[in-house]
Design a binder for this molecule. Structure first.
Ligand code: FJE
Ligand code: FE
Length: 335
């Protein structure tokens, strides 16, 4: 199956409109900018001296989560508990009426990226929104969010949810949302390599997302025979998650790795990936600055000490310190 972010038909409508406008207004051809200029900017961020190699490989097997939902967990399973600053990565696959009904978060961020279908979130502050194929919701839970995350389209709704830890000084900040619609996500294409820049910078394109814990989140698609090179800050944790197809990561002489595998990258200041297969390869390249702080997790609460976890559970139970609305709120059915 091919999972391609096509911006849910909105882009198609836009192109149709532009096509009609073009004919009506009888635009003349403008001289196109020098391709050499484009090429140079597309190459930025692709130079590095020490390529990172794969130091660990984890296959994300299916498990049940939430209410009847199925996830493939990679980060967060026993073999890969905490990849500082990352806490969890789930590739979810959910058909109504399954989903993730009302639950709290404190102390970290959740990043939800839709691959297929739609998801509606509702929170205890009255926020409600639906993200569709190619859209991203970057949620900073901070001191507290209670929300529901439920599929909004018939059939299978797929995506990825990443949990990024917050530093001790940011754990109790005000909650915040950043929503990126598919068509607003910067993309670049060069030599069979396409990138969607969700956070950070690649091939001359920068994301507007503010990452409180410095993070890069890149969605690459490589045509058969294509190769990419991407620099990654030397001190950062970095990994790859294969969404579709198979690729050769790090060293050119290693064997191809298929979908649903997570590869932890070792020391170095960049990575090189090749598609030596006859089908498209799609993978996420994600990196983040490690926090180097103690992590104490109890389900959806991630703090630095056991006392802070006790406090979070007490705040949630009694509606205090950010969980005030817990007493008055429940989500409505999505329909
Ligand atoms: C959660 C159980 C859960 N992975 N992927 C316990 F299911 C969840 C939870 C999710 C989740 C939600 C989406 Cl939209 C996608 C997910 C787990 O909501 F937070 C805890 N603590
Ligand atoms: Fe959640």
């Amino acid at each position: 199956m091919r999972l391609r972010a096509r911006c849910h038909g909105r882009l198609l409508l836009m192109l149709l409109f532009l096509g009609i406008a073009h004919r009506l207004l009888l635009f003349h051809r403008l001289p196109s900018p020098s391709p050499a200029l484009f090429r140079r900017s597309a190459m930025s961020g692709s130079h590095f001296s020490t390529p990172r190699m794969v130091v660990k490989r984890v296959l994300a097997k299916q498990q049940h989560e939430g209410q009847g939902a199925v996830v493939r967990r990679s980060i967060g399973r026993n073999e890969l508990r905490n990849l500082d600053p990352f806490l969890m990565l789930d590739e979810f696959s959910v058909s109504p009426p399954a989903g993730f009904p009302d639950h709290p978060h404190r102390g970290f961020e959740t990043v939800t990226y839709m691959l297929q279908g739609a998801f509606t979130h509702q929170d205890f502050a009255g926020n409600r929104g639906t993200i569709r194929t190619g859209d991203v919701q970057w949620m900073t839970a901070g001191r507290g969010i209670i929300h529901s995350e439920m599929p909004a389209a018939e059939g299978v709704n797929k995506g990825l949810q990443l949990w990024i830890n917050l530093s001790s000084r940011d754990k109790m900040i005000e909650p915040r949302y950043q929503e990126l619609l598919c068509e607003d996500i910067g993309t670049a294409e060069d030599d069979g390599v396409e990138v969607r820049v969700i956070a950070g910078e690649a091939m001359g394109v920068r994301s507007p997302v503010y990452t409180r814990t410095p993070t890069m989140y890149l969605d690459y698609t490589l045509k058969p025979g294509a190769r990419m090179n991407q620099s990654i800050p030397e001190s950062w944790t970095a990994f790859v998650y294969i969404v579709e197809g198979e690729g050769v990561f790090g060293s050119g002489d290693s064997s191809p790795v298929p979908a649903h595998n997570l590869l932890v990258l070792g020391p170095g200041d960049g990575v090189s990936v090749g598609n030596e297969s006859s089908k498209p390869l799609r993978f996420l390249l994600i990196g983040g600055q490690p926090l180097n702080e103690p992590v104490v997790q109890h389900g959806p609460f991630v703090m630095n000490t056991p006392a802070q976890i006790d406090q979070a559970m007490d705040d949630y139970q009694h509606g205090k310190n950010g969980f005030e609305m817990a007493k008055y709120w429940t989500s409505r059915s999505v329909g």
